[in-house]
Design a protein around this ligand. Structure first.
Ligand SMILES: *Cc1c(COP(=O)(O)O)cnc(C)c1O
Length: 431
């Protein structure tokens, strides 16, 4: 693909975009605010506001406790079945519950318990820190229980800061590995693992795989069944647009469900919660990975959002995402690499997720200038990832080619005119 640096091209690509109408389904109040952070917090779908008003006023306000038997009690699995369609799983293999980090804890522990003679968890240096902390915490906990036979975490390195090589994964695997757990699309570089090949490799040494889909779901097609994945987790507030802190999902392949047991035996994980038995008997299905009463209002907000993605179709979204990230990378190559930027993302779209990382020594201040420039300058919201990444997220359901053009043009101006020097190095809370 080769793109010209003419704004007319961006406009033409928007006109030709068969998914363009979906943008109107989202709340967009400021046309001069370019949002390229849908990979951290997706936009608000218009349908969500009405849906939530009904959930609050009618369901909670009028139906009261009866709402549970109006269907709310099954929301975690009914919604899970919808998300299953986005990740290539069976309807009864996905559950919506808790945070991604909590689900990782549950499934990691369950995997280790299933292979008790093995002591190693393998991950890579691109994994999300929370994931690595959860592994470290589990290792610490099990070490207290059994200090003579400690678990260890082994991290696969990256040689170029952008990709992880297949050979290095192969080398890290042995018959001591209980679990290989990777984030499918890396949160900084957007490198995408080959899930089918990597899973096959892990299975050859008898290990289980656990995939974090936080930066994949809703952005790239996933075929968990076909790729033989064992376990997975993921966020709903990023490309799924479920809202700030909306509950996460987990996937457990059908044949593993009866063999794996969660470390947290809450009453909703029991076979018959409303029998109030004194001893725990786990549910026979995916519900055994539930814990307690879910945060229902946050969960309800995911429902209309997922519908929009299902309607658009993940394959069409992927085609547009590749076209948009490729366009972004070409503009960056022409405008920004000469200004001291380097590309922190694979150029090959088949191993790239839906965001692009641009690296610059002044990334933090450039990012601040993008977000805070006073009108009439366009403002751009990307995000900053230490030490020097500006991450530009393309959410093909609502991002336009014009957004990308205007955002990159703005980065160019900020660096060329050294506007970033007006901003402080002082870090603020959430970046
Ligand atoms: C965003 C993200 C998370 C977030 O986990 P929470 O428990 O929801 O805070 C986890 N893993 C990855 C890879 C992420 O990108």
């Amino acid at each position: 693909m080769s793109f010209s640096t003419d704004f007319a091209l961006a406009q033409k690509l928007d006109e030709q975009d068969e998914l363009a109408a979906f943008r109107k389904r989202f709340v967009i109040t400021d046309p001069d605010l370019i949002y390229l952070d849908g990979n951290s917090l997706g936009r608000l779908p218009k349908a969500t506001a009405d849906y939530m008003q009904r959930a609050i006023e009618h369901d909670w306000g009028e139906r009261l406790i009866r709402l549970w038997n109006d269907g709310w009690v099954n929301t975690p699995t009914v919604l899970g079945a919808k998300i299953a369609r986005l990740i290539g799983a069976q309807p009864d293999e996905v559950l919506v519950s808790e945070a991604t980090s909590t689900n990782l804890f549950k499934l990691t522990f369950a995997a280790l318990r299933n292979l008790p003679d093995r002591r190693t968890i393998v991950s890579d240096v691109f994994n999300f820190p929370s994931d690595l902390y959860i592994f470290q915490g589990i290792i610490d906990m099990l070490g207290m229980v059994c200090p003579s036979s400690p678990y260890q975490l082994q991290l696969i390195p990256s040689h170029d800061g952008i990709t992880i090589s297949f050979e290095d994964i192969e080398q890290a695997l042995s018959d001591d590995v209980a679990l290989l757990s990777l984030t499918h699309v890396a949160f900084k570089s957007a490198f995408m693992h080959n899930m089918a090949r990597v899973t096959d490799l892990a299975h050859q040494v008898g290990a289980l795989t656990l995939w974090d889909l936080s930066h994949s779901v809703g952005a790239v097609p996933l075929h968990l069944n076909e790729w033989n994945a064992d376990l997975a987790i993921g966020c709903t507030y990023k490309y799924l647009n479920g809202g700030p802190g909306s509950p996460a999902f987990l996937y457990v392949r059908k044949d593993l469900q009866s063999r794996l047991i969660s470390p947290i035996w809450g009453w909703f994980a029991a076979q018959s919660p409303f029998e109030f038995e004194l001893n725990f008997t786990p549910a026979q299905d995916i519900s055994r990975f539930r814990i307690g009463t879910p945060p229902m209002l946050s969960m309800k907000a995911i429902e209309p959002a997922v519908e929009i993605l299902l309607e658009a179709g993940i394959d069409r979204l992927r085609v547009k995402s590749i076209q948009q990230t490729s366009y972004l990378i070409e503009l960056a190559a022409k405008w920004l690499l000469p200004l001291g930027f380097t590309l922190g993302t694979p150029t090959d779209p088949t191993i790239r997720g839906s965001h692009v990382s641009l690296r610059h020594p002044e990334a933090y201040r450039i990012n601040q200038a993008l977000i805070n420039s006073p009108a009439p300058a366009v403002r751009v919201i990307p995000d900053f990832r230490a030490p020097d990444h500006i991450r530009l997220g393309v959410a093909p359901i609502y991002t336009t080619f014009s957004d990308i053009y205007r955002a990159l043009d703005r980065v160019r101006i900020i660096v060329e005119k050294r506007i970033f020097e007006e901003y402080s190095h002082q870090r603020i809370g959430v970046t």
